[in-house]
Design a protein around this ligand. Sequence first.
Ligand SMILES: [Zn+2]
Length: 345
Amino acid sequence: MGAYDTILGHHGAIEQLERARSLGRVAHAYLFHGPDGVGKQKVALAFAQALNCEDEEKAPCGVCESCLKIERYNHPDVRLLASESYLVGRGLLEMEKGAPSLQIKNAQLDELADLFRHRPYLGRYKVVVVVDADRMNVNSQNRFLKTLEEPSDESVIILVTTHPEALLPTIRSRCQALGFGPLGREAMAGYLIERHHLEPRRAGVLAAMAQGSLGRAVQLTDEEFLQARDGVLASLSRTLSGDLADVLAEVEEIGGGRSGRDRLEMSLDLMEMWFRDLLFCRLGVDERLLVNHDRTEELQRFTAKTSSRQLLRWIERVRTVRGSLRVNANPRMALEAMLLATRSG
Ligand SMILES: [Zn+2]
């Protein structure tokens, strides 16, 4: 089972899907829910490969033409339905003008309905993976419901979301729900050592701090991320003492080619980890457990200037901005407000 081998954990969910497939009882719609970065979408795509694999014995083999087409997102029967912002961020869509939408649009849902009117072109099943399914407003969800209500034996819809509660009950009730939990620390560390060639101690620290999200752990191994961190830390130290305009300019530089929103999300992650490290320092936690354990001197210096209460408040603020970002706040304004609040304590 080639394609499943690359997935960390979630044996229960995979077993359940495979049992349904082998019995010919694949559901028309699934709801994969659980935290960010644990591999929900990877499982969804591997399942799409299994459903269409040319090698019945080894499905999903991961190497046949069908499996490869799905992996490269160019199988005519398997689609990712996602917001423009998501697709642009992953190089799957180019936009000539205008800012990419954060929401799944009605026109995309109409395309989906169209796809479902035809039989599969190449494979046995048409599979649509709806990424961040909660990024449909109520109107879109109602439109989507019509497609869900007319299932065909040859189509499977997989809704993937970290916020299942944001979906209409009428949608949820038509899906078979599969929960994806956070990943184990040891399994993640093993993965980082094996696939990212990390030194065991570093792998252990990153796995611990990524809080069950492999996506986040991998992000932390990224060189670009480390560079971004330097920028954010420089900004933060200036925020506590210096000029706000400077800080904003700095944050806008972070992350090179990324969109403003991606950059801000990355900055927020970095800030939260920094504040959390400061809190750990104050509490006298083992240095090896810090994400920024290579910056302990600076951490100690900052720690002396803050209180635990203040740090908890800042962490709370970072989370608030992240939340407001989800509902389409202007990234720059959201960040500005947070930095101002941070400065005033
Ligand atoms: Zn295959």
